[in-house]
Design a protein around this ligand. Structure first.
Ligand code: SAM
Length: 341
């Protein structure tokens, strides 16, 4: 871990800054030591890789996933190509096309979540130029050790860290782009993951996320049933309802034989904006905002019918008439009260 990253990483529990202690340095690299938050949370750095996983005591589900990948890391690269071969897909081409959706430029700062052994990290790092930076994180340290091996000699500014996708140890609006492929279905808090992605991405930044999810219209086919028997992840739901409110220009497509979804979006600020304040022509009148925020109690049906007749006679919108009427009456009552008080 590069020493200056101490000021970059955040406590994934409190989002506070961290300080370094008991460090062993080799030049500007922290080989071992501890990152400590002001709340007293301690994160070990071992063989240059910080472990910023949160919660400090992982949930049972996260622990099981971590153990699964720790145990599988040595054979992962041997078996993974089968996923692409099943559908006669060229893995390198598919991965490059997915990464192209990030529209990366040299010098950018990119986060890869659940980076695994680095099959995408290698491609992303190659696109960032000498000044760009890749933060590749994963919950499994063993997977990251393979990732480091793959990136050696490819990029000087690739930073590996153990972390939970649902509690990212980075400041707000830190990355130009975030990429995740193949992990979402295993994350224990998918809405939390997407909230974190929106938090750490700059406004205008790009996000690409993909994982197994058989399209709903294929689920009853023999094709889907055969594949799902071997890999239950194909039955995972498409996580559209968990996308963050900041997601803009969202696109969904299916890749790798049409069995993995790929969602890409730009990150905006807060909720989308619209002009909610223009007068809507017609007999109802008012604006989108007055219709939403200005509702009062209902009236008797006969009163409503009388009001509609009165409105017709006046030739103005119901909004205009009611707004004036209620305001005049309310002001008169308040004035009267003040006078008496
Ligand atoms: C199927 S592998 C995909 C790896 C890589 N992205 C690829 O395409 O080859 C899923 C990865 O997600 C990681 N993972 C699972 N749950 C995680 C979590 N909560 N936080 C971070 N990484 C997680 C696993 O350790 C594993 O490396």
């Amino acid at each position: 871990m590069r020493r200056d990253l101490v000021s970059v990483y955040r406590c994934p529990g409190t989002r506070g800054i961290l300080t370094l202690r008991d460090e062993v340095l080799a030049g500007d690299t922290v080989v071992s030591g501890q990152l400590v938050s002001s709340a007293g949370h301690v994160y070990d750095i071992e063989d240059g890789i910080p472990n910023l996983a949160w919660p400090l005591q992982l949930t049972e589900a996260d622990t099981a996933i971590r153990e699964f990948y720790d145990g599988r890391a040595d054979v992962y690269d041997r078996y993974l190509p089968l996923t692409f071969a099943t559908f006669s897909e060229n893995e390198d081409k598919v991965r490059r096309e997915m990464i192209d959706l990030l529209s990366l430029a040299p010098g950018q700062r990119v986060l890869e979540v659940g980076a695994g052994t680095g099959r995408d990290s290698e491609i992303i790092a190659g696109l960032l130029g000498p000044t760009g930076e890749l933060f590749a994180q994963d919950i499994s340290r063993s997977m990251l050790l393979h990732n480091r091996e793959r990136l050696t000699g490819i990029h000087q500014r690739a930073h590996l860290g153990v972390a939970n996708a649902c509690y990212l140890p980075f400041p707000d609006k830190f990355f130009d782009a975030v990429f995740q492929f193949g992990g979402v279905g295993e994350f224990s808090d998918i809405p939390g993951f997407f909230r974190e992605v929106a938090r750490v991405t700059k406004v205008g930044g790009r996000v690409v996320v993909g994982d197994e999810s058989m399209p709903t219209w294929l689920r009853q086919t023999t094709f889907a049933k055969i594949l799902t028997l071997t890999n239950a992840q194909f039955a995972a739901p498409l996580p559209l309802e968990h996308l963050p409110v900041e997601a803009r220009q969202v696109r969904v497509r299916w890749v790798i034989g049409g069995t993995f979804y790929l969602i890409d979006f730009n990150v905006g600020e807060g909720e989308p904006e619209a002009d909610l304040d223009f007068q809507i022509p017609g007999i109802r009148g008012g604006t989108h905002r007055t219709r939403y925020f200005g509702q009062l109690e209902g009236v008797r049906l006969e009163t409503k019918q009388l009001a509609l007749l009165a409105r017709d006679k006046l030739g103005i919108s119901l909004h205009e008439w009611l707004d004036g009427l209620v305001r005049r009456e309310a002001e008169a009552v308040l004035k009267d009260k003040e006078g008496n008080g």
